[in-house]
Design a protein around this ligand. Structure first.
Ligand code: ATP
Ligand code: MG
Length: 591
């Protein structure tokens, strides 16, 4: 489907946005910032102002920089950036680096790269949660002063025991009734580094009997003497994610905070916290609204960061950008296209209930897009020599092959023809099976875009392997010449001229896992790795392919879509990766 014809399919999130805009919700935004109009400033390093257009929607994609982005993230990116694009709003890229860690730059860079690659931009709207640590701390003091938070000094075990269960209410902590002054003094001492890890936590004071356990006085700050990659040793207390995230959203004037379903139980706390902070004049209204959608689950892959890290660390794949991994850097190397991901996201849509999408749907999106955009070329992947006995020795000529069968405007290219060619080994059978129309003694086929040849025999080596096929050419059968149509043959095979062809490394990638649900039940997911997920071969390629530049994509006729590897391919020495085969060979399989 061409870009221009695309129609926007509505969904429950669009419906919410449409209703909010119709009600003029953001036109009524107030500026009650305390301290200062919070959302007007990006706190910390850059100090650039957050550009504000109050009537517009604002979404965010908030990755934790602790891994590479995967196909699931692509769904969230296309959703959030896609909404901002369609509603002429903005989408922020925000790194959720609330957890202190030292080295994250590699992940930050890779995430920036991948979101750009998917085709999205965010201008100045790139933020780090750690930029807001100062605000989060200040807001915590305000909550304490207002009696909405207290320092608890119970042991972790006591806290867990007092939290209650799904069926029983929790028990108040003996420290729940400390005065605001006591709490403030203790919290400041926590910040000053006077206590070891775990000695105290700051908790929101809500309701220990709440039906939703997340509202039973959740921890909002904890002591951690750890160095943070951005803030160094400035802090020894760190906000909990559930406290930090709503504040980040509010400070950035996010309107629709879209997350996956597992956060639904956190929404009441998200709303409680922001309502209190709005009362205290800390954040602007209207407040951001959390909306949950079902995460992407795909067959034949694992999308858990832990498992992806294990695959890389234990050497089951060659690195984060291994073309078999469901990471965006891997997909790019594999030859998947950004447009293919965007179409996929559009096609699967968003919903409120979990579902499992078949890998063939994603592959189909890639195949369709590549079918429209990849020039056709010829490569022989399993070469067998074909000798045309009646073709004059030393002669050569050109045949014309279209660059795309449905796009005559892309023109034709000349491919050299001679008396010795490479054909696919499977295009010859000494004794043909039923329904086999390709080369066998006595049978004629068309050499695609060239001549009709008739098979007259084959050579074998001492071990009995076929090493060459002999044919005779029909001199008046050349494609595109008068009379070529007089020959009616059922087989049509591809070829390259042996003298003009180049040998090139081709990596035939297949699915990394051999079963739809790797590691289902009690099984170790590693046991489900497909032993044939990569085969490296030497192919014979047509001259036009020799000049392929990194990331050039082609259809190798009759085989599938291939890309010149962006890491290992060199001018004059291209290396190709198989992106996807021409036809889906998995759906029919019974695993
Ligand atoms: P972890 O559980 O290790 O934090 P994560 O997958 O949640 O991993 P994040 O970096 O926190 O990783 O995710 C960034 C954003 O991507 C989040 O908003 C999250 O909801 C979204 N996301 C992650 N996985 C998927 C998925 N499978 N489908 C859709 N969205 C996803
Ligand atoms: Mg997460």
């Amino acid at each position: 489907m061409a870009e221009a014809e695309k129609t926007v399919v509505s969904n429950f999130i669009r419906n919410i946005i449409d209703a909010d805009l119709a009600a003029g919700k953001y036109a009524a935004r107030t500026w009650s910032g305390q301290p200062g109009p919070a959302a007007r400033q990006k706190v910390g390093a850059g100090g650039t102002a957050i550009s504000l257009d109050v009537a517009k929607i604002r979404t965010r994609f908030p990755p934790e920089p602790n891994g590479y982005l995967h196909f699931g993230h692509a769904k969230s990116i296309c959703l959030n950036f896609g909404l901002a694009r369609d509603y002429a709003g903005a989408c922020h890229l925000r790194f959720d680096d609330t957890n202190p860690k030292k080295e994250e730059q590699e992940y930050v860079d890779a995430i920036v790269d991948s979101v750009h690659w998917l085709g999205f931009a965010w201008g100045d709207n790139q933020y780090f949660a750690s930029d807001y640590f100062g605000w989060m701390y200040a807001f915590a003091e305000k909550l304490i002063e207002a009696g909405h938070a207290y320092v608890d000094s119970q042991s972790a075990e006591a806290m867990r025991a007092n939290r209650g269960t799904l069926t029983e209410p929790g028990q108040d902590s003996p420290h729940r009734y400390r005065t605001p002054d006591e709490n403030l003094a203790l919290f400041r001492s926590m910040r000053a580094g006077e206590f070891p890890d775990g000695a105290h936590v700051l908790r929101a004071k809500i309701d220990m009997a709440a039906g939703n356990i997340n509202l039973r006085d959740p921890a909002i700050y904890r002591i951690r003497h750890a160095t943070h990659h951005a803030t160094g040793d400035t802090w020894c207390i760190y906000p909990m994610y559930t406290y930090a995230h709503p504040i980040e959203d509010a400070l950035e004037n996010i309107t629709h905070s879209i997350c996956t379903l597992e956060f639904a139980d956190q929404r009441p706390f998200y709303d409680w916290l922001l309502a209190r902070l709005a009362e205290l004049g800390c954040v602007n209204t209207p407040l951001p609204q959390q909306i949950e959608f079902a995460r992407l689950n795909l067959t034949y892959v694992v999308l858990s960061k832990r498992k992806l890290i294990q695959l890389v660390d234990e050497g089951h794949v060659a690195g984060w950008d291994d073309p078999r991994l469901p990471t965006l850097v891997g997909a790019r190397r594999r030859g998947y296209t950004a447009e293919g991901f965007r179409r996929f996201a559009e096609m699967i849509g968003v919903s409120k209930s979990d579902s499992l999408i078949d890998m063939s749907v994603l592959e189909g999106c890639m195949r369709d897009h590549l079918g429209e955009t990849a020039p056709r070329r010829v490569a022989v992947l399993d070469p067998l020599r074909l000798v045309i006995d009646n073709y004059p020795a030393g002669q050569e000529e050109e045949c014309l092959a279209p660059n795309h069968p449905q796009k005559p405007e892309w023109g034709k290219r000349a491919v050299p023809f001679s008396g010795e060619l490479w054909i696919e080994r499977e295009d010859f059978m000494e004794t043909p099976s039923k329904g086999y129309f390709r080369l066998f003694p006595g049978n004629s086929v068309r050499l695609r875009h060239g001549y009709v040849v008739k098979c007259i025999g084959a050579d074998r080596d001492a071990a009995g392997n076929v090493v060459a096929v002999h044919c005779e050419v029909m001199a008046d059968s050349k494609s595109g010449t008068p009379g070529a149509d007089n020959y009616k043959v059922k087989g049509n095979i591809h070829w390259v001229s042996a003298k003009h062809a180049h040998a090139a490394e081709v990596r035939l990638y297949d699915r990394l896992f051999a079963v739809p649900a790797p590691g289902a039940g009690e099984r170790d997911f590693l046991a489900d790795i497909n032993p044939r997920s990569m085969t490296v071969i030497t192919a014979q390629i047509e001259p036009a392919l020799k000049e392929a530049k990194a990331e050039d994509r082609f259809q190798f006729e009759r085989h599938g879509y291939f890309v010149a590897d962006r890491v290992d391919s060199r001018p004059d020495a291209p290396v190709f990766n198989r992106t996807v085969t021409l036809k889906d060979s998995w759906t029919a399989r019974k695993d």
